[in-house]
Design a binder for this molecule. Sequence first.
Ligand SMILES: Nc1ncnc2c1ncn2[C@@H]1O[C@H](COP(=O)(O)OP(=O)(O)O)[C@@H](O)[C@H]1O
Ligand SMILES: [Mg+2]
Length: 314
Amino acid sequence: MSGPTVLVLAGGLSHERDVSLRSGRRVAEALRSTGVDVSVHDVDADLLPLLDEVRPALVWPLLHGASGEDGSVKDVLEMCGLPYVGADPRASRLAWSKPVTKTLVASAGLHTPRFVTLPQSLFRELGANQVLSTVTSGLGLPLAVKPSRGGSALGVTIVRTADELPRAMVGSFAYGDTALIEEAVDGTEVAVSVVDTGDGPHALPPVEIVTDGSYDYDARYVPGRTEYFTPARLSDEVTAEVCRVAVQVHRTLGLRHLSRTDLILDPAGQAQVLDVNTAPGMTETSLLPQAAVAAGHDLGQLYGAIVEAALAQS
Ligand SMILES: Nc1ncnc2c1ncn2[C@@H]1O[C@H](COP(=O)(O)OP(=O)(O)O)[C@@H](O)[C@H]1O
Ligand SMILES: [Mg+2]
């Protein structure tokens, strides 16, 4: 007997295409193991005719970056009248923008590093040297420089001395028109995944991330470069606090089904929110599946429960 027909969307033309394909494959395999009828499709010119013809019961977009996470694919799915897994277009848009996320999170009383955004045009108009020296005197050092929208740490640089800043700006502008510059926090990096299968958002065990250098693209996807501790080596009290923060981020942005909040515990023990992902990685080395397994979940059953929840809401 086969379950509902789920169409997993994976691929797309973002910088994270490869990761998306791997996420899509893993989720499809896990769902199939529980008897769900799954197919995987790319986002290309064949997709809309296929959706029209097949009319899947549910679409699960596992697209990282650009149109996959900025709400546009969800808009299209809504126009097609098809239910899907994950945040709606509005919430996706809020979470896709790091400055918007940080502003909303701060308004909800949570902590996030102080920041400025610099569009490339303003950077040029004000003069690179002057604006960078104003930024370093305003925010101090070290700084984290990153594209205001993006993922997989692409274009992210930690700047420890002022002379490293111009190169970091160039690195960020390679991935988008606006750079976000924020205080870099030296502390313990923790990612907290949140899952909601219909009874409200629950945090999975926090994952602690320890890398030799920075938690960059390679450190994420080349097995062995990063050590993960799941659950994170935190006291019960701090664990409860980071879980509370992640659930509150999920609620504040109005997310659905699953999310992952990345945060750093600063030296004072305060959880500083860095960003939230509405389509967190689901590859073999990704954080959400690791946390789910640590919590004792069978991935097929958990993803099946997410499918059921999304179908029930449609
Ligand atoms: N303010 C910061 N302080 C210290 N490290 C940071 C800071 N911002 C980002 N990083 C590092 O860069 C990585 C990627 O940044 P993040 O904001 O999570 O972007 P994304 O995951 O969308 O690429 C983080 O996992 C962390 O290791
Ligand atoms: Mg992140």
